[in-house]
Every structure is written in structure tokens, then in C-alpha cells.
Ligand binder design. Sequence first.
Ligand code: 6PG
Length: 272
Amino acid sequence: MFDTSKRSNASAGWTRGYDLIMASDPTLTVCSDPAALAETAANLIIDAATEAVRERGRFMLCLAGGETPRKTYALLALPAFSERVRWDRTWAFFGDERVVPPDHAESNYRMAHETLLSRVPIPPAHILRMRGEEADADSAAAAYAASLTEVFGTRRGELPRFDLVLLGLGVDGHTASLFPGSPVLREVFRTVAAVHVAAAQIPQRLTLTFPVLNAAARVIFLVAGAEKAKIVKAVLSDQAVLPAAMVRPTDGELIWLADRAAAALHPIGGAR
Ligand code: 6PG
């Protein structure tokens, strides 16, 4: 179904704030095609959910937006997969959202709701939606940060630790709504920020920031398609400090799932 090749980095670090963080090594798993990637991702999500509920009594899942996760969410919603998840013990969050109403075609919430959340028995109160419909994006970001604190029960200065964060990769190296050159890349205190991305189809967005992404127990990137091959090579070969390369959980696992087309230019992914 796919070739698994561990890609171990020398423990690369980077400076965040005033200290060098030695981070986890990313592993690259190459799946034969988008369907195999979705199946691999769905099984990894179930594994993470099973472990989290067993060890902590609940599964705190952060969903990715964009188009790539659709296949994974739709598969996860099928009984053969969804019946292996304790949805009553699962909470669903979002890594980012476009500032649009939840029924808008470009809403990440709408995509996740259509493909997954409306098809599984997750309690509605366990779905924490970023309120993209709010006119004041900064207050929407602050409200979401407050909801993270409340649901995770974190104390002042403590970061919410997701059991699993799903992320996508843009062709420019962005992830969530953390885009190259954005001031939010240097955010070290806020967990959620409103950003304006002039080049994006929907410029106004809400996004989790690196502190909370890098506090996660596990991060999985889902990347598919030949158009991503160049950026996968750039991000994973440390050629450039791109936003996606700055996601390095300080005490967690980092998994890159790519289909063959997206991994084609990567030394491991292209090897046959
Ligand atoms: C968003 C996503 C974004 C996405 C990448 C990849 O709101 O746009 O959070 O980070 O994951 O742009 O998008 P595709 O999966 O559609 O290629």
C-alpha cells in the first residue's frame, strides 16, 4: 500500500523566542496514491484516538482545512472506521478558518462538517468551531483562545496540548494560515491569531500559532498531488525555513504523509 521510509534528521533545531528548541525528527511516509494516504491517515487518527482515550479519557483532535483532508474525513466517517473511535470522548477543533460564515463554500468548518462531523456521533458541544462569521476577527481569535483554555482546562501560561493535529501544506510552504513572511510566524504568546493574507483567495483568516501547534503530542501533515512535490522537497530538506518546516513538536511526534506524486522529488520519496 505504501513505502515507509524513516527519514531521520539530525535533530535540527530552530530559535523560537530566546531559546533553541531541539525538536522531534519528522518521518516521511509515502503512500501510493491519495486513497492510500487517506486510509493511512484514517488509521493513524484511530490509533491516536484509542491511545488518548485509554490514557487520558478523551481525544483532543485538531482538524486541517483545505481540500486534501476530504478523502481522509470521508473515509473516517464510514462505519468500518468510525465505529473504532469513541466519538463521545472526542473533541474536534480547527487549525485555522477563513473569515466567512460556516455555510460558505470556502469554510473549513463546512468541509469538515459535510465530510465527517455530520456523519459521526460526536456530541455537538464537542465541536469547537472558529467563528469565521464574526466581523471583528481579532475578537473571534481571542474568543477561540479562551475556549481552548476552558476546554483543555489549562492554567495561565500553560499551552493546550492536542493529542493530534492534522495539517495541510500550501505550495508556498504555508500551513494552517501561517504564511511565509507573516508577522504571526513570530508569535510566541497568543495561541490563536487573526491574520490578513493578501495573496490568499480569502485574505482574512484565523489560525492557531506555532506555540500551540508545537505543544501537540502528535502532528500529521497530509500532502497529495504533483503540485506539492517542489515544496515537500524544500520543506523536508531544510533548504528553507518555511512555515511548515517550523512545525516541530517540542515533545511530540511529527509524521509527514505524502502520496507518491507529492513525494516524487524527495530523496526518499522518489527512491524506487
Ligand atoms: C486552509 C488550510 C491550508 C491548507 C493548505 C493546503 O485553510 O487553506 O488550512 O493550510 O491546508 O493550503 O490546501 P489543499 O489541501 O487544498 O492543497
